[in-house]
Design a protein around this ligand. Sequence first.
Ligand SMILES: Nc1nc2c(ncn2[C@@H]2O[C@H](COP(=O)(O)OP(=O)(O)OP(=O)(O)O)[C@@H](O)[C@H]2O)c(=O)[nH]1
Length: 616
Amino acid sequence: MSTFADQTFTPPEQIRNFCIIAHIDHGKSTLADRMLQLTGVVEERAMRAQYLDRMDIERERGITIKAQNVRLPWRLDGRDHVLHLIDTPGHVDFTYEVSRALEACEGAILLVDAAQGIEAQTLANLYLALEKDLHIIPVLNKIDLPAADPDKYAAELAHIIGCDPSEVLRVSAKTGAGVTELLDEVVRQVPPPVGDADAPARAMIFDSVYDTYRGVVTYIRVVDGRITPRERIRMMSTGATHELLEVGIISPEPKPSAGLGVGEVGYLITGVKDVRQSRVGDTVTSERKGATEPLAGYRDPKPMVFSGLYPVDGSDYPELREALEKLQLNDAALTFEPETSVALGFGFRCGFLGLLHLEITRDRLEREFGLDLIATAPNVEYRVVQDDGTDVHVTNPSDWPTGVKIAEVHEPLSKVTVIAPSEFIGAIMELCQSKRGNLLGMDYLSEERVELRYHIPLAEIIFDFFDSLKSRTRGYASLDYEEAGTQVADLVKVDILLQGEPVDAFSAIVHKDAAYTYGNKMAGRLRELIPRQQFEVPIQAAVGSRIIARETIRAMRKDVLSKCYGGDISRKRKLLEKQKEGKKRMKNIGRVEVPQEAFVAALSTDEPSGDKGKKK
Ligand SMILES: Nc1nc2c(ncn2[C@@H]2O[C@H](COP(=O)(O)OP(=O)(O)OP(=O)(O)O)[C@@H](O)[C@H]2O)c(=O)[nH]1
């Protein structure tokens, strides 16, 4: 078979650039696998499940984190075509990456599980695709399943995108049924790319990954002109220039080529060592006679959720720093800076795109770098306006201004979309209301499924919203959220005091009405977790100087010798030694000794959710 790698500058009318929009588990990776096989790009024996999900952690969790793209040859009606499949990440935290991947396409396959119907994130991504004028091909997957109800869900999809139910394709990514027809339809329906071949080069970066051997590999889609090896290129957002070491295509392994022309999708290697120098959404142009106008829509990745990460064993601090630096090579959105905590010692305040991003980062630190970590409760960024008119940005409760009058606090707001069976409307509304939500609208997608839209403060979403939603809807609800500006809110900082000393790790910023509940819960939890001391220890929750909750740990001398009656001196010594050992892992808050485990337990939120991280 002829390799497409030798053939550069494919005429745009032979190119089709498309992506697959799907909910987690609806079969995107399996469908991509089938496409690789049917187009002959991967031989049968080299096939492994989910070929495109390269990172081990992706494979284990079964979710796609980084977009990948692949070039597929497809012949229809006697003509050769080049299809570029751009694999979009499917999770809420990565909307920006999804939107950039969509930007690189002219069409999208809307893939929906024929036994489940469309989910909130898919709907959100579909709206993004429609906004960008992509041609949508609706497809139901898993028609081989006995539980599949293609007629019902074809009607639902047709209703949502405004087509006829007969236009909804039906496939099984598992058996391969219908996939050939789907590839034919991609060629027929998706418009070819349009661009000016003679204009200065402009290519959009829709992904960039760090490779240990090759440095940063940048995935681009050429819009105008051409990109050829050994020229110098410029990143238009920063003006930085780099020498191009290699240009190529992925099919499915990287293959160097003599360049990329209008509409083509491929990769660049420049020798930069850090993805922050090659950012998703940025425009690449030639250094000489380059373009003056970048492509629209570039945005710096902005962390939305912050958490302190501390090594359980303080001596691991340098390793934690090294590990974070390594992760950052591949993650332009991850930010971190050193911080210290009275209770937890030395650590880092890290910024994440969202809760899943936080969980994955933490998981990778623990797994790939063997670190044992404590994470403080996540919080968002607040803008605190003081009475003198000055602003403070607070990403850590300990930076909350004290001793000054606060005029206003602005908190980030999110627009939340929930899709669920209509029987749960009441339960969902109750939950959203309790999270200070504002109903924006409600639509029936079909007779029994409903879409609800709310404005809810981001801080309320990142805590345990997803878990509560799942448990109230028996797992049937799906959720999507996006940034929606900020709002003024009545927020206070609650401190937790042990014997009058504030324990910084437990401070939280909460709505005034929730302060009492938070204070009570935390004080109660600590009373359970902190062992009795030789003196009485009051645990208090306070807002400013006002105490809002109090618990007491009664005094007791922990007499380890009480078990030894008689005079076995060696046993006595052993027990005393053991007690000394235990003390090493204690942290002193004032005079109170608190075991490290108590911090860990008090800071752990009840139970990580199912869908979010798919923890087994
Ligand atoms: N019966 C049946 N199972 C399928 C089909 N397609 C996918 N699956 C199964 O559904 C599960 C999820 O498929 P994936 O391809 O991993 O889903 P995905 O959408 O790529 O998931 P993410 O990568 O997490 O976004 C796997 O267990 C697949 O084997 C199908 O057509 N029929």
